[in-house]
Design a protein around this ligand. Structure first.
Ligand code: PNS
Length: 177
């Protein structure tokens, strides 16, 4: 796993096709990990970008979310980078010069929101392409919100999230807090 780096050439100086995987990741789930693994079959590199939205109250701070991602993808692949950005996704794409975006689709219910977002992004930045990857059916029902709610009421989320996330949630809610 690499820290943020925007080099677009490989070791031999050849062109690498990278994609951005943007999201709130509050927290990262096994569904996200599944999408990351699938994206790495298609792209040479993937930049996971934690998007900061001041109007959206996250449970975990930006640092915590990035740490959990780092710990969860550490063993995965050296082609994964982790970044963060406050603002429009298209502005981040322009900043890093990567115009392919990956998003996971779990069910039809995700489609309308995702389709709207992809079209809005394309309108704002015509060279932006969104690639939708179908999540494994194992993770169809796994959402960050469900994970937080299950944890809050003392449920076990270890089958929904990577171990570093499960550990942090246990710490957060230890003694009922
Ligand atoms: O994990 P999420 O919350 O479904 O991710 C949504 C996210 C962060 C990808 C989306 O809200 C986003 O791109 N936010 C950045 C602001 C932006 O570009 N908005 C215009 C898209 S319509």
């Amino acid at each position: 796993m690499k820290e943020v780096g925007y080099a677009r050439s490989g070791e031999r100086g050849d062109f690498m096709k990278k994609a951005i995987y943007p999201g709130t990741f509050d927290p990262i789930t096994n569904g996200h990990i599944d999408v990351i693994k699938r994206a790495l079959k298609i792209f040479d590199g993937l930049v996971i970008c934690v998007m900061i939205n001041p109007n959206k109250k996250a449970m975990f701070s930006l640092e915590e979310r990035m740490d959990m991602i780092k710990d969860s993808v550490r063993s995965l692949d050296s082609r994964v980078e982790i970044s963060h950005f406050e603002g429009l996704l298209v502005d981040y794409a322009k900043k890093v010069g990567i115009y392919s975006v990956v998003r996971g689709l779990r069910a039809l219910s995700d489609f309308e929101y995702e389709f709207q977002m992809a079209l809005a992004n394309r309108k704002l930045l015509p060279q932006m392409e969104t690639v939708f990857l179908m999540t494994s059916e194992k993770y169809m029902y796994v959402t960050s919100s469900a994970v937080k709610e299950i944890s809050m009421f003392g449920g076990d989320v270890s089958c929904f999230v990577p171990e570093p996330v499960s550990k942090r949630l246990r710490e957060r809610y230890r003694n009922g807090h």
